[in-house]
Ligand binder design. Structure first.
Ligand code: DX5
Ligand code: ZN
Length: 219
């Protein structure tokens, strides 16, 4: 299984975005995690299509877009057009998860379904054979720099077991509170795509990425 690091630009210095995103690309990292918040599904507001469109013109990184928005079905097409490669939407944010999945697929993009810490892993089961990725939040969505909730890692184990039992090939991503120190432990629970915001962008970005990519390689 391919191990992938997905640095979240929510923790980047927006004044210095060009250099910081280039540092990610130059480190050999393939993904960029892009957190979109609407101030409704989560308490905070981040950024949207214009920022993604601008970044898309300058980098080949795979855009792993995490929509923390109510009724994501309203905007799937716009995020696809803006340059998303993977679109993750929250199961809790829509009455029509099946519709969201087909829509993203019809747009020719990879689709991921995401759950918050209090949503049981079992709720993902009906969708596992229809998505490319599941994203298990390891903090309450809304802010970077929080502490990982350990019980969420047990859900990763549960989902990995369901995926293996069904003989499926899909990515299991975690998001929130991952650090250089707990990365190896997180990997041991069965995740293969790992989001890291503050652990990458605070301090020496290249040094952080090198250390994290090294640990990922061993996983
Ligand atoms: C939180 C976002 C995360 C966040 C992670 O709602 O979905 O992607 O940027 O930040 P860290 O890695 O600092 O917890
Ligand atoms: Zn995220």
């Amino acid at each position: 299984m391919k191990m992938i690091l997905s640095p979240s630009i929510l923790s980047a210095d927006f004044w210095d975005l060009e250099r910081q995103v280039s540092a990610v690309e130059e480190s050999g990292t393939e993904y960029l995690h892009i957190d979109v918040m609407d101030g409704m599904f989560v308490p905070s507001i981040s950024f949207g299509m214009p920022v993604i469109e601008t970044l898309r013109k300058h980098t080949k990184l795979v855009f792993d877009v995490h929509l923390m928005i109510e009724r994501p079905e309203r905007y799937l097409e716009e995020f696809a057009k803006a340059g998303a490669d993977i679109i993750n939407f929250h199961l809790e944010a829509t009455d029509d998860p099946e519709g969201c999945i087909s829509k993203v697929k019809d747009l020719g993009k990879k689709v991921g379904i995401t759950i918050k810490p209090n949503t049981p892993a079992k709720e993902l089961e009906p969708f596992l054979d229809k998505v490319d990725m599941v994203l298990i939040m390891t903090v309450e969505p809304g802010f970077g720099g929080q502490k990982l909730i350990p019980s969420c890692l047990d859900k990763v184990k549960e989902v990995r077991a369901m995926v293996d039992e069904k003989g499926l090939d899909l990515d299991i991503e975690i998001d929130g509170g991952v650090t250089i120190d707990n990365l190896a432990k997180c990997i041991s629970y069965g995740t293969n795509v790992i989001v890291a915001g503050s652990a990458v962008f605070k301090g020496d970005i290249k040094g952080n990425l090198d250390k994290m990519n090294e640990i990922m390689k061993k996983g």
